[in-house]
Design a protein around this ligand. Structure first.
Ligand SMILES: Cc1ncc(COP(=O)(O)O)c(C=O)c1O
Length: 386
């Protein structure tokens, strides 16, 4: 069969391959504790589920939904950005609901990137920034995130020529996989560069509401001038424990939003209305439960950091995100260590190399498992590495 040449540049999605490896260990009769993927294990509260069920009973809910999402959902998203970040958005021009933010990350590149256009992506970073660039027949250059700079890109180290060639620059704070956060000055500098060199800032912000110890994550759009140069992607997946619902959003620059809608309206037909009704309930309903939920993640974070340190890793507690990013003991590659821990302790830790070459030397541990299981898992990791 003829397959598109671009597939040669695109490996199967890493986490899909991991599922096969875990199944193989389970087929040998072991129960694997999967600390790989950041899929929230706790459900959303009942009021969200009830809103979805009520909408599912409405006959009109089963028609094709609108390409732009319902006006109520767009208003609920604008209301969330106003309340949470103090960012004013026009719900008709600056807000686009997505079928989970991941599709938007890939589709926006089809709207912005042409043959050979350059996209700057963080390394380590979420794989879709790179693969979406390939799907759009663009090229990417990686921008290293190093611990010395708090896993922020060194904006001064990027050559002027690279800035000139770039059509888009991805940033993701709170960061997956490192758990790093970005200060407001970083965004101010980036917006300034985007104005000067005429690239689009693509801010991926799905962890803004998973924060600990009093930290409050900003939106890139809070920066003066940001809306002129960029958009932000956000998601209900992590914030509201709704990963399986597939509801996300792109917000910000109206021209980019319109371009993304042009691509999407030719590819998909919007979000099932009952899911939109649940999303509206999540965004407009009580928010107090998020603090309690974050406290559960914080306790898990502390268990993991302590357990990893006892097992010989170096790890700092992150202020945000669903992950602990830990430097592995000397003498291992991240892939060899993950494989060893999977085969002997039956625990899956994501090797840092899965996020790019600058992820080597680290593993990522997701906090989406209860604290007791995490404690047990950390003990088993320590045993097989001692
Ligand atoms: C950095 C980052 N961006 C985007 C996503 C996609 O989220 P969703 O498609 O569920 O909205 C994830 C999910 O893990 C992520 O970690």
């Amino acid at each position: 069969m003829h397959l598109a040449p671009r597939l040669n540049r695109m490996p199967p999605y890493f986490f899909a391959r991991v599922a096969e490896r875990i199944r193989a260990v389970e087929a040998q009769g072991h129960r694997v504790i999967n600390l790989g993927i950041g899929s929230p294990d706790l459900p959303p509260p009942d009021f969200i589920i009830e809103a979805m069920i009520a909408a599912a009973r409405e006959p009109a809910s089963h028609r094709y939904p609108s390409y732009t999402g319902s006006p109520e959902l767009r208003e609920a998203i604008a209301g969330y950005y106003a309340r949470r970040f103090g960012v004013a958005l026009d719900p008709n021009r600056e807000v686009l609901p997505l079928i989970g933010s991941k599709e938007g990350l890939a589709h926006v590149l089809m709207a912005l990137v042409g043959d050979g256009d350059l996209v700057l992506v963080p390394d380590p970073g979420y794989p879709t920034y790179r693969m979406g660039t390939y799907l759009a027949d663009g090229v990417f250059e990686t921008v290293p995130l190093r611990p010395e700079l708090g896993f922020l890109p060194d904006l001064d180290a990027i050559p002027e020529e690279t800035y000139r060639r770039a059509v888009a620059f991805w940033v993701n704070y709170p960061n997956n996989p490192t758990g790093a956060t970005a200060p407001r000055e970083f965004y101010a500098r980036l917006v300034d560069l985007a104005h000067r060199y005429n690239f689009v800032v693509l801010s991926d912000n799905p962890y803004a509401d998973i924060t600990f110890d009093g930290y409050r994550a900003p939106s890139f759009l809070e920066t003066p001038g940001a809306k002129e140069v960029g958009v932000e992607f956000n998601s209900l997946s992590k914030t509201y424990n709704m990963a399986g619902w597939r509801v996300g959003m792109a917000v910000g620059n109206a021209e980019v939003i319109a371009a993304l809608l042009r691509v999407k309206s030719n590819v998909d037909t919007g979000i099932f209305y009952p899911l939109q009704a649940g999303a509206i309930a999540a965004l407009t309903g009580p928010q107090e439960w998020l603090a309690e939920r974050n406290d559960i993640y914080r306790r898990r974070r502390d268990v993991v950091v302590e357990g990893l340190r006892a097992a010989g890793f170096q790890a700092d507690p992150p202020k945000a995100s669903l992950y602990v990013w830990a430097r592995i003991p000397e003498g291992w590659t991240s892939e060899a260590l993950s494989t060893h821990v999977l085969e002997t302790a039956h625990i899956w830790l994501t090797p840092g190399i899965a996020f790019g070459e600058h992820g080597e030397g680290y593993v990522r541990v997701a906090l989406t498992t209860d604290a007791e299981t995490l404690a047990r898992a950390m003990e088993r990791v320590a045993q097989v590495l001692s």
